[in-house]
Design a protein around this ligand. Structure first.
Ligand code: SF4
Length: 444
């Protein structure tokens, strides 16, 4: 739990000796709290106070990474219960479950299907992160065969869900370069799994019946030197798990309970696609760092990814597109130019309507700090001056020969000033984007 400046002050010697360069211990405490100075600048701090301050400076939820390189999945290091308090940092990882009881051909098809599940929404690429291979067959050779096959056919991160430590160890030898997540399914084999994770530097998920068991397992793993841990509560109904995940997050953030300061792994268990989707969405919403799902269809995964994208969007930074000229269709020097803001939803709504009009057009997206048209206008971010400057900066005059722009109907008030300022002729378009196709087809 983060300490306030006054909490830090209470741990300092309070002698105001000035050896740290600050006039008082309180001033030093405030600077330390704002991370403007390091603790070692005070030579008089006691060992106990130092330990307490260093412990408090650790992230309340341990950062854990699965995989390597650009596609690795980072989890943990969250600092708030609710997004509006600040923001969530690491979007929940989404993984697909593949059981080794599925045939070779079924696995080949499943991986081809999973690899194709990539989408673009409001200008951002969204896709799943991981494949979890489960040793449901309890057969070591079959499991290894599936691990090798999946390893060679997808760039996604891997998780190995196993009961038998020997099978886990053999599988890790095959894929440890990929830094897979090792999921210990058998609490009775915890010591062996801890040794495998430690020996190979892998993250380890501990399947626990309840929170008390999670605390015991984590303590054991930490004492053995394994710190990259995930908590996986396996018992109870969906509502029980959501309650448990919320409790874990609250204890880690609000009470500073280090034993629960680890990312959460959740498996869906619901039997029907709609209930599984509701379950997965609830886990994304309520603090799971990684959710593993059974359903691999497009209609299941897209709404789940969209939910994740929305929840993990920084509330203080609207989704934006680059402020520049966009070409929709086969534009020419005679194509119309529509002006709008760089708020993603506004831009993509306009772009969609232009596309449906079948009239090749330019869209000039002005930098309005990601605000929609009326909001930006009211905030003085979408003005005759900013539009005029964007016209000049983007060199639109070199692309078209008509020197005419169409502005949104809601800001028709800008037309006169914009004409004077830019030298471009200004036409007032429809207020709503839905009116664009009809407008473009009839524009002269
Ligand atoms: Fe206080 Fe330490 Fe600074 Fe002295 S050196 S003023 S004891 S914080």
């Amino acid at each position: 739990m983060a300490l306030s400046g006054l909490d830090i002050y209470k741990l300092l010697p309070k002698t105001n000796c000035k050896d740290c360069g600050f006039a008082t211990c309180l001033a030093f405490a405030m600077a330390l709290n704002q991370k403007k100075v390091s603790l070692d600048k005070c030579p008089h701090v006691t060992a106990e106070a130092k330990a307490a301050l260093e412990s408090a400076s650790q992230p309340p939820i341990k950062p854990v990474t699965i995989g390597t390189g650009a596609r690795s999945l980072e989890m943990g290091n969250e600092t708030v219960m609710y997004r509006h308090e600040q923001k969530f940092y690491h979007p929940t990882g989404i993984g697909f479950l593949i059981e080794d009881t599925e045939s070779d051909m079924a696995v080949t098809d499943a991986i081809a299907n999973i690899n194709a599940l990539k989408f673009e929404r409001v200008g951002q690429a969204i896709s799943a992160d991981l494949v979890c291979i489960k040793n449901s067959s309890a057969d070591s050779a079959i499991f290894l065969n599936h691990v090798k096959k999946i390893l060679s056919s997808t760039a996604l991160n891997l998780a190995l869900s196993v009961r038998d430590p020997k099978t886990a160890s053999d599988a890790v030898k095959v894929c440890k370069e990929k830094r897979p997540l090792l999921i210990c399914e058998d609490p009775g084999a915890l010591d062996a799994f801890i040794n495998i994770a430690k020996g190979n530097g892998l993250p380890l998920a501990l399947a626990c019946h309840d929170i008390d068991e999670a605390v015991r397992f984590i303590d054991k793993a930490k004492k053995s030197g394994v710190e990259d841990l995930l908590i996986n509560i396996t018992s109870g109904r969906v509502s029980d798990r959501i309650q448990a995940y919320t409790f874990i997050r609250r204890m880690a953030l609000k009470k500073g309970v280090r034993a629960l300061g680890y990312p959460i792994l959740a498996f869906t268990a619901s039997g029907t696609p709609d209930m599984e989707l509701a379950e997965a969405v609830s886990y994304v919403d309520k603090y799971a760092a990684l959710v593993i799902v059974k359903n691999r269809t497009k209609e299941f995964i897209l709404p789940l990814l969209v939910t994740r994208q929305d929840i993990y969007q920084d509330p203080q930074k609207p989704v934006q597109v680059d402020p520049k000229i966009y070409e929709i269709g086969k534009v020419t020097a005679d194509s119309p130019v529509l002006v709008t803001t760089n708020f993603s939803i506004t831009y993509f709504t306009v772009a969609g309507e232009v596309e449906s009009s079948k009239v090749p057009s330019y869209i000039l997206a002005c930098d309005a700090e990601g605000m929609s048209v009326l909001t930006a206008w009211a905030a003085d971010k979408f003005t005759a001056k900013t539009i005029s400057e964007t016209l000049t900066r983007t060199g639109l005059a070199e692309k078209v020969k008509h020197k005419k722009v169409i502005i949104p109907g809601y800001v028709s008030v800008l037309s006169g000033e914009l004409e004077d300022m830019s030298g471009w002729k200004v036409a007032v378009g429809p207020k709503e984007a839905s009116g664009i196709p009809n407008y473009l087809r009839n524009v002269k």
